[in-house]
Design a protein around this ligand. Structure first.
Ligand SMILES: [Zn+2]
Ligand SMILES: [Zn+2]
Length: 171
């Protein structure tokens, strides 16, 4: 059984430089708003694989997980059932400057929850849809165009600009 882990003490692994360890952990991930819709993670957590490698003076970290997102299609609002795959890496090297300092590692304590949340946000597609060719909702009446069929249409009000043009007499 994997442990539900928000914060992980990498120092407790007592790795010497050159050593690594692979761990399976359940990491809590909260629901989030995206594109005006609300999405959640089944069970509120992900089964993640964390690789910790002790480099000469710091750590190289890799976090991987797959999760479904529970929430609506951004076009038609039906359940979307989207899957996201996350593969994120961090390097923390004391004295290596800003670029080699992980914002998630504080004195050997790894903020897995924050890292998983940010990595998931970066892995999201631009739109979450039920399927690539989802037709969405009719802009006029709001009907689901996936079900309405190809004949769904509305009488268009004549554009007042055309009415004005018709009154012009062109010789
Ligand atoms: Zn859809
Ligand atoms: Zn319509």
């Amino acid at each position: 059984m994997a442990h539900r882990t928000d914060l992980f003490d990498v120092g407790a692994l007592r790795l010497s430089s050159g050593e690594g360890r692979r761990l399976e952990l359940d990491v809590p991930v909260d629901g989030f708003d995206f594109g005006g819709q609300r999405y959640s993670i089944p069970g509120g957590q992900v089964a993640a694989i964390l690789d910790v490698a002790h480099t000469t003076s710091g750590y190289a970290l890799r976090l991987r997980f797959q999760t479904a997102l529970v929430g609506p299609c951004m076009r038609c609002l039906e359940p979307a059932g989207h899957e996201v795959e996350v593969d994120a890496r961090e390097i923390d090297q004391p004295g290596g400057g800003e670029e080699l300092s992980s914002p998630y590692l504080e004195a050997d304590e790894l903020d897995l929850k924050a890292w998983a949340r940010d990595a998931l946000a970066l892995a999201l597609p631009t739109q979450i849809v039920c399927r690539e060719d989802c037709l969405g909702l009719c802009a006029v009446c709001g009907e689901d165009l996936n079900e309405a069929g190809p004949d769904h249409a509305h009488e268009h009000e004549p554009d007042p600009r055309w009415a004005a043009l018709r009154e012009l007499k062109l010789d």
